[in-house]
Design a binder for this molecule. Structure first.
Ligand code: SF4
Ligand code: SF4
Length: 97
């Protein structure tokens, strides 16, 4: 099982994304979206995989998430999965910090 790592993608169930290999994200980093906690880095284009898994969350624009501090994710690792046909951050927790 992956270790908790602050602001990192621990696992991603969106296996149709070309950065996904064995439910691990091999993007260099990801961005999480503005009006909804969507993984904006999802792609079906050909990509170059980063040499390691557990990418950083570069920017998260979901400022009403309890884990968001100045657009940085302070969660002890996040999980991405499907929601309404797209890739969402399942670790999103609305509410006061
Ligand atoms: S959907 Fe996002 S978190 Fe999942 S593998 Fe693709 S880029 Fe990584
Ligand atoms: S847990 Fe919250 S702050 Fe972290 S990426 Fe997900 S929505 Fe953004």
């Amino acid at each position: 099982m992956a270790q908790m790592q602050e602001g990192r993608v621990l696992t991603c169930m969106v296996t149709e994304c070309n950065y996904n290999k064995g439910e691990i994200c091999y993007a260099p980093s990801i961005n999480v979206g503005a009006s909804h906690p969507t993984c904006d880095t999802f792609t079906i284009q050909n990509v170059q995989m980063a040499p390691r898994g557990l990418p950083d969350i570069e920017v998260c624009d979901i400022t009403d998430c309890q884990f968001n501090q100045n657009n940085d994710c302070m969660a002890p690792g996040i999980t991405i999965s499907h929601h309404s046909g797209h890739a969402d951050c399942l670790t999103f927790r609305p509410g006061p910090k």
